[in-house]
Write a protein that binds this ligand. Structure first.
Ligand code: ADP
Length: 418
């Protein structure tokens, strides 16, 4: 069985073709500059087999056609006929309160996803466009939606209700949702495998630190809290997003700089975080280099980022009561030993003992970076969100979504029902 994982963003379409029978990724790539400038500069870039081709993509439909053509291309292709694909898993950023798990996309489901557009005006429209284009091009195929928010739908009300007028929740669905769900699910399940314990008995704090950053508290296999909220702006310090700020800052800056709330929100999303502090850097490699060369703002930004992460580890330890493991993942979590070391500094009192040497030698690979006697194990686990897509698609196709089975990665579908 071959499954295509698709992630259509506002100007890109990422893809990965997976062979379920051999448990191998057949190829992965991305079409970039879709829609931008009528898509005239769009191109596909596939990693392996490596392939680059320019092709205009004024909409996602052309981008998907380009992907399908590449998949069967005599040189770059990995299959002979597009009919070899058995299903497509589509990433959908916001499932709102309507979706607590992955679903087969029917017209009714598509309408419900559209109803969530006000919750994610920047993301859901591109996801929907991708689904509609793929359904038009391959109408007979099962199309399945996998949501970023679904994993966190198990959060209890005391974690997701804001202390604001309650009617805002009732009228507008204004509450905390959380994102990066497929990543938190994957790494927490992998952590259970590494701990040698059943997933439903594991308490894990997962730190997804990429350009976007979110932390989750996973108790007995379900998310009970996470740092991102109504939007991905809440929580930790990110590449360009501020994370938590005093909400009174927004009207203050509106007044002082004669800006609209939307303009300030845009600044907090795109010119806040590490970019805001350093005035120029978002890439942590640049920040680490600049800090070594004595750039004070770069040094400060590392301290601020790590301090916020450390506070989350502390507060989620309190939320969980018992912690079996702390997991670092995504670009920074997998690669930056400095951020990991600083985020875990002086946390021995809660059972976290980092092996600094092992930590420094760990980059982009799965490893335990705590000392052998550390009560709380600390892991680096490269994330694999696509695998969650694939597993959920297969589970839905085989009509056994509710069954917990041990796959290659001792992986199970996100079928928890609160
Ligand atoms: P996203 O998927 O959110 O775009 P990624 O998970 O790819 O983000 O992470 C991107 C971040 O990872 C960038 O800030 C990048 O600098 C950082 N990163 C990648 N490799 C390293 C490294 N070797 N050291 C430090 N940071 C790294």
């Amino acid at each position: 069985m071959k499954i295509l994982a698709l992630n259509c963003g506002s100007s890109s379409a990422k893809y990965q073709l997976y062979d379920w029978d051999t448990k191998k990724v057949l190829c992965k790539g991305v079409v970039e500059k879709v829609v931008v400038d009528q898509g005239i500069n769009a191109f596909i870039k596939q990693d392996s087999p490596s392939y680059v081709k320019n092709h205009p993509c004024p909409s996602h439909k052309e981008a998907l056609q380009l992907i399908f053509d590449t998949l069967i291309d005599p040189q770059a292709g990995v299959i002979k006929n597009i009919k070899e694909i058995n299903a497509i898993g589509h990433r959908v950023v916001h499932g709102g309160m309507k979706f607590a798990r992955s679903v087969m996309i029917t017209q009714e489901i598509l309408d419900k996803i559209k109803e969530n557009i006000p919750l994610a005006p920047l993301h859901n429209p591109a996801n929907i466009e991708g689904i509609m284009a793929a359904k038009e091009l391959l109408p007979k195929l099962p199309h399945i939606a996998v949501f970023d928010t679904a994993f966190h739908q198990t959060m209890p009300p005391h974690a997701f209700i804001y202390a604001v007028p309650y009617e805002w929740f009732e009228k507008y669905g204004l509450r905390r949702y959380g994102f990066h769900g497929t990543s938190h699910l994957y790494v927490s399940k992998r952590a259970a495998v590494l701990l040698g314990k059943p997933y439903k008995e594991c308490n894990v704090i997962t730190l997804h630190i990429g350009n976007g950053v979110s932390i989750a508290a996973v108790k007995n296999g379900v998310s009970i809290d996470t740092s991102m909220g109504f939007t991905p702006l809440e929580g930790a310090v990110m590449g360009t997003r501020s994370g938590d700020v005093d909400p009174a800052i927004v009207p203050f800056i509106c007044k002082m700089e004669n800006k609209s709330p939307e303009q300030v929100e845009n600044i907090l999303n795109k010119a806040g975080g590490l970019k805001g502090i350093t005035t120029k850097y978002t890439d942590r490699r640049d920040i680490e280099k600049a800090a070594l060369l004595g750039d004070d703002k770069a040094k400060l930004s590392i301290e601020i980022e790590a301090y916020r992460l450390k506070k989350y580890i502390g507060s989620y330890t309190a939320a969980l009561g018992r912690v079996d493991a702390v997991v670092f993942t995504a670009g920074v979590g997998e690669n930056s030993s400095i951020i990991r070391e600083k985020a875990c500094e002086d946390l021995e009192f809660i059972g976290i003992h980092l092996d600094k040497e092992v930590n420094r030698g760990t980059r982009g690979k799965e490893a335990m970076i705590s000392t052998p006697d550390s009560r709380v194990k600390v892991f680096v686990i490269p994330t694999n969100e696509e695998l969650v897509f694939i597993e959920d698609v297969v589970a839905i196709l085989e009509n056994r979504y509710d069954v917990h089975t041990n796959f290659t990665y001792s992986f199970q579908s996100s079928d928890y029902k609160p």
